[in-house]
Design a protein around this ligand. Structure first.
Ligand SMILES: C[S@@+](CC[C@H](N)C(=O)[O-])C[C@H]1O[C@@H](n2cnc3c(N)ncnc32)[C@H](O)[C@@H]1O
Length: 281
């Protein structure tokens, strides 16, 4: 029998998590939160009442549920067109910068961060770049730090890598013969794809909750990557986060969103939109 979660159930879940912890899902999109809650209840073979009783009494269990309720899907060079745009049009804007500060907000298991590190290295910008990668979920941050992934789940990465690193969509004659081993090693017997350690020198991975923790206590940023994160938030929370990103960017700096994400509120006028990229005016 399929589980039914009413609006009241959802509010009770959100309220219980908030009362027992610092996590606040009040302004997450109801539709996707409801879908996730049904999935988590099914995976845990539980009903809502039982789950909430445990949430109230068992902090470890609460942390586990919070991690399961958020969506962590990601991949290397996800949406290659966006990365080609970053490579040829966006990152070159920072060519003359003495330093490039980048924030990956909601980095999940880190493939987006490794994509950026590879791109920066190919452009000769890695040495002068400082990257902070954050997420709410400490489990995904641990995976990010290790940079080791299941090969069989990530074969599609290689196609994306080819499109972004080897090919030039603006000049099909050009082919850059960059070997995969320059950035990662593949061990098919161990089913692993591991990023090279040298890449990680300029990255800090840190827990940060976009809802509660506010501005990053760090220098301002030239580039903020926040892709496929705010899609799970409601309109009010999205606007709060966009205001925060605006404050955290240098003038001329840019915010990159996911393919299905747009700034729609009053803060939109403070940015100039070019595709999925928003430049701070
Ligand atoms: C779908 S993944 C996106 C990963 C990557 N940016 C990409 O586009 O491939 C969304 C990530 O946002 C994180 N997240 C959700 N709510 C968050 C919050 N309030 N603060 C920080 N990260 C959050 C989740 O833990 C998850 O890792």
């Amino acid at each position: 029998m399929s589980l039914v979660i009413t609006e009241q159930d959802l509010r009770y879940f959100v309220y219980s998590v908030k009362a027992a912890s610092e996590y606040d899902f009040s302004d997450y999109s109801e539709k996707s939160l409801k879908r996730r809650l049904i999935k988590v209840l099914t995976d845990n073979n539980s009903d809502l009442k039982l789950m909430i009783t445990r949430i109230k009494n068992d902090r470890m269990f609460l942390e586990k549920i919070v991690k399961e309720i958020t969506v962590n899907t990601t991949e290397l060079f996800r949406d290659p067109l966006v990365w080609q745009n970053l490579k040829y049009k966006i990152l070159p804007v920072f060519q003359k910068n003495f330093k490039i500060n980048i924030w990956h907000a909601g980095c999940s298991t880190g493939q987006e961060v490794y994509s950026m590190l590879i791109l920066l290295n190919e452009l000769g910008f890695l040495e002068k770049s400082k990257i902070i990668a954050t997420d709410l979920n400490t489990d995904v941050l641990e995976i990010s730090k290790k940079g080791v992934y299941k090969y069989r789940f990530n074969i599609g990465y290689l196609d994306n890598f080819d499109k972004v690193i080897r090919e030039n969509p603006f000049n099909y004659e050009e082919h850059n013969d960059v070997p995969y081993e320059k950035y990662f090693s593949i061990d098919k017997t161990k089913d692993s794809l591991s990023f090279n350690w040298e890449l990680k020198g300029n990255v800090i991975f840190r827990k940060h909750d976009l809802v509660k923790d506010g501005l990053l206590n760090y220098a301002k940023f030239d580039l903020i990557m926040c892709r496929n994160v705010i899609i799970y938030f409601n309109y009010e929370l999205q606007n709060r986060i966009f205001e925060m990103f605006y404050e955290n960017l240098f003038t001329g700096g840019c915010l990159v969103l996911g393919l299905h994400e747009t700034i729609m509120g009053p803060v939109a006028s403070k940015f100039e939109k070019r595709g999925q990229v928003y430049f701070k005016k």
